[in-house]
Design a protein around this ligand. Structure first.
Ligand code: ATP
Length: 217
């Protein structure tokens, strides 16, 4: 993200890609404007939060008109640096890692997995969806060569910290951690943790215990 984003609160910044995807779809279908109520319905964020978020973007909705779709689109693509293709790396080509390699991230944003890393000799040297799978021994060298700044971690939990420590010798500043491990990182590195098992368990807990509640979260 560029400098403008530093003024935007973190919670707002995290919702940016969500807004961006929806606005892009609206634009593609020829819509010129959108109301906060329509946005709210589509992205499942309450409209007061949307209005507050959008005021940080300098987008002030007009009563009876809503927001200008072109303005929002150019703001989001500029702020998210989506004009430029961002290459990321994936570490651990198991079930989840393989699914990510097969998933076309370019569909929704300008991000691409450029390379993957493995320890398993059967996988090293092969390709999935055109993404080369390299030996973990080459991790630092390959990442630095391509100037990769973000990685997706889909290795067993036990291997996660040791790999994270190796990333300190690279330009990597962001880790999308799909392992259950809590990672210790220097302050310059940001970790976003997505534990699918915990998320599913939490969803089921809420369904069981709060079945009739409003679902905003
Ligand atoms: P998933 O959890 O993605 O479904 P899985 O059950 O297929 O994966 P895991 O044991 O979680 O397999 O391992 C994920 C992948 O990480 C495997 O392909 C494994 O070979 C690889 N792997 C294991 N240790 C390391 C390591 N230290 N560095 C890189 N890759 C590793």
């Amino acid at each position: 993200m560029n400098e403008e984003t530093t003024k935007i609160p973190h919670a707002t910044a995290k919702r940016l890609p969500l807004y961006y995807r929806f606005i892009k779809n609206l634009h593609a279908s020829g819509k010129q404007r959108v109301s906060s109520a329509q946005l709210s319905e589509a992205v499942k964020v309450d409209s007061a939060t949307i209005r507050r978020d959008f005021s940080y973007f300098g987008a002030l909705g007009k009563k009876g008109y809503g927001y200008n779709v072109n303005y929002l689109l150019s703001f989001f693509s500029k702020t998210l640096d989506q004009d430029e293709l961002t290459k990321v790396a994936l570490i651990g080509v198991g079930n989840l890692g393989t699914a990510f390699l097969n998933y076309n991230f370019l569909k929704n944003n300008n991000t691409k997995i450029a390379m993957a890393f493995e320890v398993s000799p059967e996988k090293i040297g092969t390709k999935i969806s055109d993404v080369p799978i390299y030996d973990m021994a080459e991790l630092e060298e390959r990442l630095n060569e391509e100037g990769i700044t973000a990685v997706i971690l889909t290795v067993p939990a036990a291997a996660a910290q040791q790999i994270t420590d190796r990333l300190e010798n690279t330009d990597v500043k962001g880790i999308l951690n799909f392992t259950p491990a809590r990672l210790a990182v220097p302050p310059s590195v940001r970790v976003h943790h997505i534990d699918l098992a915990v998320e599913l368990q939490s969803l089921i807990y809420f369904l069981k215990n709060y079945p009739n509640e409003d679902t905003e979260s």
